[in-house]
Design a protein around this ligand. Structure first.
Ligand code: FAD
Length: 434
């Protein structure tokens, strides 16, 4: 059905390539207005007492929004940036331009679902399209309501079934014309984010450099570089590294903002394997991308239940919380040098390796006795790759309130330091960064 005028609302899908939602909006509308909403709620303080989004994540996001605007302009369109809650600004905009529909990606997390429900309650027709996973939920060998409770069973069922990710869709070469008139608003410019010299030199994800900037073009260039050498061939033996640019793929920040589609990343992995050979390391990249899908499907299966203090574990004891210990953890002042190094790295750079994420999350929950939701909120504020599904899923897992068959993970920080930082280099590196 062709609606005359439609709004395409970009959410966590800041790209033109491999976007079934955008393709369908282009095909179905005579005129299309691409929009991004800067929701002030994103910058309000959390219930735990800190701002919801720290500088690095904001700066990385704004770079992606600017890149998207530039790409749209190159295709005869542009991105309208609005300030305000989507439920307020989108109905007003639709009314002003005579739009009959809003098209956007589907996000299966409570706040994002509420935002769509509010638009519908305001009288808008909203069409949502699921597009952030590698695999198509409807092609899984089981109904998503019957998602295996344990990740290994999920992975095995997929591998036995031969289900494969769909091939990525090409970006539209031209977009439908803009409605007339388009309200003109100045583009947003991020407040400059101060980065200390030490953090500059040692950051594992230097998002202020053009080659690590937010947005689809930097994402695709990074992807091409990553698979052009042998990093993927060694991934399994390097992935537990703590610091540096090359020890893991660094796809996550672009995947999180949707500048990179998981299917595009996977197709590049398969091309790399065809050219240079598949091995255990290249397999492990697929394995990790499946974890990403697993947490997405877990949201489709359980929705809001994942957001309760007890998560999926009805029998879990109530979460305790020690606000002072939590504050020390956030500031990297717990007194445990390994934990403090990681928390300082996170605050200074917006990045933390997977290994250190596991260790500091475990420390907060199992050693300091704090509420896992406070830790998840701190990661949400800090991480440049914050992703609602992966963040929530991993925190629940470590807290024993998700789907860990062992009922939660405690990492002994002394043992972990001995294994992963035997000479103390990582601790020394971040010890004096504030
Ligand atoms: P690689 O090691 O190169 O892996 C390739 C891709 O696989 C990643 O980009 C990511 O998309 C996926 N992946 C890898 N490990 C995981 C995992 N454990 N769970 C889900 N997907 C995974 N990842 C996020 O993208 N956003 C988050 O907000 C986030 N929060 C986390 C919180 C905690 C407490 C923990 C323990 C992990 C969290 N992760 C999160 C998962 C993981 O740490 C990051 O995806 C990974 O470190 C990103 O680096 P990379 O892109 O170099 O990953």
């Amino acid at each position: 059905m062709c609606s005359d005028i439609a709004v395409y609302w970009f959410r966590n899908d800041l790209r033109l390539g491999d976007s079934p939602a955008l393709c369908s909006a282009c095909a179905a509308s005579a005129r299309l207005l691409p929009v991004y909403c800067h929701d002030p709620a994103e910058d309000l303080p959390t219930r735990w007492g800190f701002a919801r989004r720290a500088g690095p994540r904001r700066a990385f996001l704004y770079a992606a929004v600017d890149d998207l605007d530039a790409q749209l302009r190159a295709r005869g369109s542009r991105l309208l940036q609005l300030r305000g809650a989507p439920a307020e600004v989108l109905p007003a905009l639709a009314g002003a331009i005579g739009a009959t529909a809003v098209v956007c990606e589907e996000i299966a997390a409570p706040e994002e679902q509420d935002a769509v429900a509010a638009l519908r309650a305001a009288g808008l027709t909203v069409r949502t399209v699921w597009q952030s996973s590698l695999l198509e939920p409807l092609e899984l060998p089981f109904a998503v309501e019957r998602l295996p409770k344990v990740f290994t069973d999920f992975r095995r069922a997929l591998e036995w079934s031969d289900v494969a990710p769909p091939a990525p869709r090409a970006a539209p070469t031209v977009l439908p014309p803009l409605p007339d008139p388009v309200v003109s608003l100045p583009p947003s410019s991020p407040a400059p984010v101060q980065i200390g010299e030490r953090a500059h030199a040692h950051a594992s994800f230097p998002w202020w450099r053009p080659d690590f900037a937010g947005g689809e073009r930097a994402a695709l260039a990074h992807l091409a570089r990553y698979f052009a050498d042998d990093r993927a061939q060694r991934y399994k033996s390097t992935r537990n590294g703590l610091c540096g640019i090359d020890f893991s793929s660094k796809f996550a920040p672009w995947l999180a903002q949707g500048a990179l589609s998981a299917r595009v990343a996977f197709a590049a992995l398969r091309r790399h394997e065809a050219a240079r050979g598949a091995n255990e390391s290249t397999y492990w990249l697929w394995f990790e991308l499946l974890w990403r899908d697993y947490f997405r499907f877990l949201h489709l299966q359980h929705g809001r239940r994942l957001y309760r203090a007890c998560g999926l574990n009805e029998a879990a004891p109530a979460s305790g919380h020690d606000p002072e210990a939590f504050e020390r953890w956030c500031a990297g002042r717990t007194g445990h040098a390994f934990i403090d190094a990681a928390m300082r790295e996170l605050a200074a750079t917006g990045w933390l390796s997977n290994r250190m994420r596991q260790i500091v999350a475990s420390y907060l929950i199992h050693d300091l006795g704090c509420d896992w939701r406070a830790g998840a909120a701190w990661f949400e504020a800090q991480l440049v790759d914050y992703d609602v599904y992966s963040n929530h899923g991993n925190w629940l897992y470590i807290a024993g309130r998700g789907t860990d068959p062992r009922g939660g993970r405690r990492f002994d920080p002394d043992r972990q330091a001995a294994i992963h930082d035997p000479d103390g280099a990582y601790q020394a590196l971040w010890a004096c960064v504030d």
